[in-house]
Design a protein around this ligand. Structure first.
Ligand SMILES: CC(C)(COP(=O)(O)OP(=O)(O)OC[C@H]1O[C@@H](n2cnc3c(N)ncnc32)[C@H](O)[C@@H]1O)[C@@H](O)C(=O)NCCC(=O)NCCS
Ligand SMILES: Nc1ncnc2c1ncn2[C@@H]1O[C@H](COP(=O)(O)OP(=O)(O)OP(=O)(O)O)[C@@H](O)[C@H]1O
Length: 200
């Protein structure tokens, strides 16, 4: 069974991913793949430099993510352009990794895809898990974690579907407003339900 793990920015997807991996469950990470496919020399890297110019590179030739983020989270057209370069490459690698995991005999595979709904990727998964925290907490966790000011954090929030909308579409909801321990309990309960479904 392939489960899509999604949510909003800073709702706790990586936190839940770490809990799943601790339990030996493979998780394919779209954000991680999105970083790998834009490394120097990769086709997406070349296309990004071609479109956005050498001004978005660091002195070592890597993409200046903060600067590119500033551009694409302030301009929807530029964001769509970046998405159209990066997303097909990400999907390709995700499919390859899912096949590998299934071939290795894993009965349950998670795919952490932040933009699962926005990119209409529901067809890639059997069930959808939404990691939820209210918008106010998304903002405060973003401000604490990332070196963003409030305006920049709000722009990132606005680039995604509202979390309340995603919450309505979940097959499994993990409410990550409380402590990590409370989230851990919900992860275990969800896994029990999934295993029971598989055994049926
Ligand atoms: C714009 C970039 C360079 C900013 O990099 P940065 O290191 O600051 O952020 P990071 O990649 O860790 O993303 C953090 C979060 O931002 C959100 N986010 C990222 N890209 C997008 C996007 N195109 N649209 C909406 N939200 C996005 C996601 O919730 C993601 O989890 C980078 O996010 C990127 O290349 N984005 C395009 C690819 C993409 O869509 N990635 C996310 C899902 S595959
Ligand atoms: N239950 C919790 N209690 C306290 N802090 C938490 C909890 N869950 C997550 N956090 C913190 O909130 C921040 C966001 O969590 P995390 O990185 O897991 O979110 P994410 O959904 O993966 O974010 P992104 O979309 O940016 O990749 C992190 O700094 C994390 O340590």
């Amino acid at each position: 069974m392939i489960l899509g793990l999604t949510g909003g920015i800073a709702t706790g997807k990586s936190t839940v991913t770490a809990m799943l991996r601790e339990r030996g469950i493979p998780v394919i990470d779209a954000d991680q793949i999105a970083r790998e496919v834009v490394e120097p020399g990769k086709p997406a890297y070349e296309a990004i430099v071609e479109h956005f110019g050498k001004g978005i590179l660091l002195p070592n030739g890597q993409i200046h993510r903060r600067l590119l983020g500033e551009i694409v989270f302030s301009d929807e057209g530029q964001r769509q352009k970046l998405n159209s370069i990066v997303h097909p490459e990400v999907r390709k690698v995700m499919r390859e990794q899912a096949e590998e995991a299934e071939q290795s005999g894993a009965p349950i595979v998670f795919m952490d895809i932040p933009l699962l709904f926005e990119s209409k990727l529901q067809h890639m998964v059997d069930k959808i898990v939404v990691v939820y925290a209210p918008e106010s907490q998304q903002l405060s966790r973003m401000l604490e974690r990332d070196e963003l000011n409030e305006e920049q954090a709000i722009k990132r929030l606005r680039a995604q579907w509202p979390i309340e909308q995603k919450k309505q579409l979940a097959d499994f909801l993990i409410d990550n407003q409380g402590s990590r321990a409370e989230t851990e309990t919900q992860v275990d309960q969800m896994l029990q339900k999934i295993k029971a479904e598989l055994a049926r």
